[in-house]
Design a protein. Structure first.
Length: 226
């Protein structure tokens, strides 16, 4: 670093708001979390998109979500060739160390990465990392149906979630935990314009309404008993 940078005012102001707003209500939780290791029950694999924050969407408290974010919320397929990858490391830690019970691949509408892939447009150029990264969704593009039509991007975004769920099962420790019933995989899709969240099931995507539901019979969001 060659010179002192001025910390963004918006962030400093936001932190001050946090100190007088949320921090007092979370103080005990932070204090208690500091005395032991984290034990989140849920891992979320989300997009870097600034509009799609898992902690905001799920109204999560500190210690509840283990989150990894990347362009277009992708999970590459497992390889054993020694590739060093942030998603792989986070996944290993979540499943093998933390023992999360749920992994949610959280996709969203109007995803810039998906759109760039579909339209072969900026910021994709063959020399860039983002081009190589987005080429991972080629198998999803085959499942999304013919390009074109108003719903094509939605189909591609949702097919990409399905592809990442399939790729999760290519990791031996994920497949083993899922087979034993210790781990459940979920797909979810957030509509940025409306705030509507839909979850993936056998028939497609089902909107979550405002009425409480507890379909898996457990308190999925929250911490595991330590
Ligand atoms: Zn996105």
């Amino acid at each position: 670093m060659t010179k002192v940078s001025k910390f963004p005012f918006r962030l400093a102001q936001g932190y001050r708001d946090f100190l007088v707003g949320r921090m007092p209500t979370e103080r005990e939780r932070y204090r208690e979390l500091a005395t032991r290791r984290q034990s989140p029950n849920v891992m979320v694999i989300g997009c870097c998109d600034s509009r799609v924050s898992p902690e905001v969407i799920f109204d999560a408290h500190p210690g509840e979500l283990f989150v990894v974010r990347n362009i277009a919320n992708l999970v590459p397929p497992f390889t054993s060739d020694g590739t060093c990858h942030g998603v792989f490391a986070a996944l290993e830690f979540a499943v093998q160390v933390l023992g999360v019970h749920h992994i949610v691949v959280l996709g969203h509408a109007r995803c810039g990465g998906i759109r760039a892939y579909a339209e072969h447009g900026p910021p994709l150029s063959p020399a860039d990392s983002i081009h190589k990264w987005m080429s991972l969704i080629a198998p999803a593009a085959e499942l999304a149906g013919a390009p074109g039509g108003e719903d094509y991007l939605t189909r591609l975004e949702q097919a990409s979630i399905g592809m990442s769920l399939e790729n999760l099962l290519s990791f031996p420790y994920v497949a083993a935990a899922a087979e034993q019933g210790a781990l459940q995989l979920h797909g979810a899709y957030f509509d940025v314009a409306t705030g509507q969240l839909s979850v993936r099931d056998l028939d497609g995507y089902r909107e979550i309404g405002t009425q409480p539901e507890n379909e898996c019979g457990c308190d999925a969001l929250g911490e595991r008993p330590s």
